[in-house]
Design a protein around this ligand. Structure first.
Ligand code: CTP
Ligand code: CA
Length: 227
């Protein structure tokens, strides 16, 4: 699509998008991670940019190229992702698509853990990571007018998404089933449910690019209603 500056529907809109996994270090050579590819978040960043938004993409480690015209801030850990998001506010819209690690290793070893004997196994202690979506949703005067989160579920998708919406204080949740048999994690398709305060709407299975474009369109409609 091509929009001249005067017709681009998100012209002048600042958008913050998080994407990808986070890597939580164990020692200088090891980390804990998850299977997020970053595809859905990158597709959303690209779709918003195409509609004229000024997009900052805060991304954990992925193999994806930065979408054209998007400003990417690359991070590793959840703590770095939160700091980068805070720096990128204020924004008009925030979409948190990152698969942020819920826990980090509480004391990262400064040297590589060694396997000193067959009987002594390393013990890892965890600390809870900050919830970036909840933090953006509760950011008082800096809160974006529209805050959208994802809910990665393997069961009771709608029910879990509704309680997440309330718990996090965001406006919409895009819920998806990430059970291994769905192929969502790493795959190109996604089957989602859009949940807001008033109810939920299920979208047919479509590519992650199509989900991104449909979501971007919904964002345009929502911002129009607010003006
Ligand atoms: N999220 C976040 N920061 C975290 C954890 C999650 O910003 N530390 C965001 C994700 O980007 C996503 C939403 O919160 O938009 C939901 O993530 P999810 O992992 O599904 O929810 P959790 O609250 O972590 O609950 P659980 O993993 O136990 O289902
Ligand atoms: Ca989680």
């Amino acid at each position: 699509d091509y929009f001249t500056p005067s017709t681009a529907p998100l012209q002048g809109i600042q958008a913050l998008v998080t994407a990808g996994p986070t890597h939580e270090a164990i020692d200088p050579v090891r980390y804990i991670a998850n299977h997020s590819s970053g595809k859905q978040g990158y597709a959303i960043a690209a779709a918003l940019q195409k509609l004229g938004a000024n997009v900052t993409l805060v991304s954990g480690p992925t193999n994806l190229p930065c979408p054209a015209g998007v400003t990417r801030i690359a991070v590793q850990s959840a703590l770095e992702m939160l700091a980068a998001c805070e720096k990128s506010l204020p924004a008009d819209i925030a979409v948190c698509a990152a698969a942020v690690a819920d826990w980090r290793v509480d004391k990262i070893a400064s040297t590589k853990l060694k396997k000193t004997s067959a009987t002594s196994l390393p013990k890892l202690n965890f600390a809870l990571n900050p919830d970036i979506l909840a933090s953006i949703s509760r950011d008082g005067p800096n809160r974006p007018g529209l805050v959208i989160g994802f809910a990665a579920e393997t069961e009771a998708v709608e029910e879990n998404a509704k309680s997440k919406l309330a718990r996090k204080g965001c406006d919409w949740i895009i819920a998806n089933d990430v059970s291994p048999q769905t192929g969502t994690f790493g795959g190109d398709n996604n089957t989602v449910l859009l949940v807001d305060q008033t109810g939920s709407e299920s979208w047919e299975t479509m590519t992650k690019n199509a989900v991104a474009e449909k979501l971007a369109q919904r964002i345009v409609e929502k911002l129009k209603l607010n003006t």
